[in-house]
Design a protein around this ligand. Structure first.
Ligand code: ZN
Length: 182
């Protein structure tokens, strides 16, 4: 893991499509990374961030919907109930907003940053954010949830993002019309 300032990887970067490795043996480096990820999430006005979004293919996520910071290692959803649809944006797919149907209520098991197992039950927005971040660990992105019509609408944007992901991220791409950035 590099020490350099983290940068958000965007659509087209292959790391976003890789399945993240489970963490075995938590180190100080992982704890540092979680803190840096949280900082980057706050700086980007996001409410969740997964390690692949900063180019690290390991099973780590941070979430804060304004009710405190969660740092999860190797998170896994063990129960799903009901459903909900929310319009989601993604820091890695700037400018794109997609209605995503997800489970309403979930139970997540994970390790905390000391390596201790714990579980969380979540519903509503918090549940949605956990599911979005855990999707990232499996290489799944919001365009994968898009309906056929939505796909047609965002296709050009995605193509542009793909071309841009090699270059520097353009500063002008702050046109994030979506309220939720994860
Ligand atoms: Zn995302």
């Amino acid at each position: 893991m590099e020490k350099t300032a983290l940068k958000i990887r965007t659509y087209g970067d292959p790391v976003l499509r890789k399945r993240a490795k489970e963490v075995s043996g938590l180190t100080q480096e992982h704890r540092n990374l979680l803190s840096e990820m949280a900082q980057l999430m706050y700086d980007s006005s996001g409410i969740g961030l997964a390690a692949p979004q900063v180019g690290v293919s390991e099973s780590l996520i941070v979430v804060d919907i304004g009710q405190g910071l969660y740092k999860l290692v190797n998170p896994r959803i063990v129960r799903r109930q009901g459903s909900q649809v929310l319009e989601e944006g993604c820091l890695s797919v700037p400018g794109v907003c997609i209605k995503v149907r997800r489970a309403g209520k979930i139970k997540v098991i994970a390790l905390d940053e000391e390596g201790k197992p714990f579980s969380i039950e979540a519903e509503g927005l918090l549940s949605c954010v956990f599911q979005h971040e855990i999707d990232h660990l499996r290489g799944r992105l919001i365009p994968d949830h898009a309906s056929f019509l939505e796909k047609l609408k965002i296709n050009n944007k995605l193509e542009r993002l793909k071309q841009r992901s090699q270059d520097e991220r353009m500063p002008g791409s702050k046109s994030q019309s979506c309220k939720l950035q994860l």
